[in-house]
Design a protein around this ligand. Structure first.
Ligand code: PLP
Length: 462
């Protein structure tokens, strides 16, 4: 029960929240957080919770990393702001670009900074349109993404997104943004179709879509998250990305790897692109770039792209795109310190050492009567509950079974995220094996509680 004067109660009177049922919030009040320590956060009434989602898949170093606070304080007192338009520059911007490119796949040669994943993906679309105009290919502009993808919430990144509830009534996607099947073997594969054959079929479907959309003349690029995050933590089937790449090459299309969630050790390698054999022309990074302590994102690109954009910027007078806060000194300094910490503390080695515990604990739920699939890689995973394990039939969305489990988990001291009926796990990368076990123990209690309370109505067909 929240107190009348609490943040929880004051909040709905004034604050509009992203991705929230505003009417429901008026009744329930908000869930206000007042502090954090390691992988745990504290709610205003004093309840301690394990943040099993690192916020929004982002607070990779947890909630009390003093070095990031010091880096921010130092930068704020030295140079709180300057922009990077028209050749202006500063130390944190240059050092961060050097460090980031030093960690990125060798093909990445230049970096452009923005403030969010959405802005970075918008930037890439603008760059690709600019690129094809520069090459005299004015019709080559269509972008292909996947259903269930999440690439952001602005008009363009929201058009790349393939989640209907983020597009309905917003008149999205915009024309020129099309979607192909999600690589979700559990739901999309045909009976008896193994991962490899499923991947082959998805590549064939992509090719059919490209042809239907005007082929090489009209289709510019394909964007994909290595592991789909907000769509329900969906791992690509074996062999998927090389097969997709072969199709893209036939139609002279660019590959964009949206590494906003997967980048920086999350999948057990520095990049999701390494884990899943992706060879991108563009990479989007954000979130763990600064451990979410300050807003910053980046677009990285190959030299082939850069050369065309640079020539066109000369022809036009300048590259006419950017943000007041591109490479903001505070964010850049915090991001630089974050990357130093990853290297100095061997965060990748740590992720590799605790990932087997994470995956074993996650997969232990596969035998639970409610669980259809328990999937994951590195330190990212999901547990999907279904109405019928044998047929993979989902619960009716109105039953809100996933949301009920997430709510019960919160009552048991764990933040997980319901994406439909998939419950996500993406804890801070610093989590220990003991904390992982504690996280899943808390989850198990919530799952059992909701399972015990399910009615026949809840189980009826969607
Ligand atoms: C893969 C991916 N791309 C892009 C975005 C958008 O990032 P932002 O919310 O910073 O705009 C997100 C956010 O969750 C994401 O998961």
């Amino acid at each position: 029960m929240s107190i009348p004067n609490s943040l929880s109660r004051r909040d709905p009177a004034v604050l509009l929240h992203p991705q929230t049922d505003w009417r429901a919030l008026e009744e329930t009040g908000a869930f206000a957080i007042t502090g954090g320590e390691g992988v745990r956060i504290r709610e205003e009434s004093g309840q301690e919770l394990i943040e099993g989602m690192s916020g929004l898949w982002c607070a990779s170093l947890g909630f009390s990393e003093k070095r990031l606070v010091e880096a921010a304080t130092k930068q704020m007192s030295q140079l709180p702001y300057e922009h990077v338009y028209s050749g202006m520059s500063h130390g944190p911007a240059v050092e961060l670009a050097e460090t980031l490119l030093g960690m990125a796949p060798a093909a990445m040669q230049k970096v452009f900074f923005a403030c969010s994943g959405s802005e970075a993906n918008d930037t890439i679309v603008r760059m690709i349109w600019y690129y094809n105009n520069a090459l005299g290919r004015p019709r080559k502009k269509k972008m292909i993404a996947r259903r269930r993808a999440f690439h952001g919430s602005t008009c363009v990144s929201g058009s790349l997104t393939g989640l209907p509830h983020l597009q309905s009534d917003f008149d999205l996607p915009l024309p020129g943004f099309v979607h192909t099947t999600a690589p979700h073997h559990y739901h999309e594969a045909r009976p008896g179709e193994d991962e490899e054959s499923f991947a082959t079929r998805l590549a064939e479907e992509l090719e059919e879509l490209i042809i239907a959309e005007g082929g090489a003349e009209c289709c510019a690029a394909f964007i994909a998250e290595p592991v789909m995050g907000a769509g329900g933590v969906i791992l690509p089937p074996a062999g998927y990305f090389p097969k997709i790449k072969a199709v893209l090459d036939r139609y002279d299309m660019l590959m964009i790897a949206d590494e906003v969630i997967c980048g920086f050790c999350r999948t057990g390698n520095m990049w999701g692109s390494e884990t899943f054999d992706i060879q991108p022309d563009f990479m989007t990074v954000a979130k763990a770039l600064s451990s979410a302590y300050a807003p910053i994102s980046a677009v990285m690109m190959t030299d082939r792209i850069y050369q065309v954009l640079a020539d066109n910027s000369r022809r036009r007078g300048f590259f006419g795109h950017g943000f007041t806060y591109s490479a903001h000194p505070l964010s850049a300094a915090v991001a630089l310190e974050t990357l130093k910490i990853y290297a100095e503390r061997d965060v990748l080695g740590h992720v590799r050492s605790v990932a087997p515990t994470f995956l074993a604990e996650l997969r232990r739920f596969a035998d639970h009567p409610l669980v259809g699939e328990a999937r994951g890689t590195g330190l990212i995973g999901a547990i999907e509950v279904v109405a019928d394990k044998a047929t993979h039939r989902s619960f009716a969305p109105a039953a809100k079974v996933g949301a009920r489990i997430a709510k019960a988990a919160r009552d048991h001291g764990l933040i997980t995220r319901a994406m439909g009926d998939s419950l996500g796990f993406c804890p801070p990368l610093i989590i220990t094996a003991a904390e992982i076990r504690e996280m899943f123990t808390r989850f198990g209690r919530a799952l059992d509680e909701v399972h015990a309370g399910l009615s026949e109505g809840d189980r009826q067909a969607a």
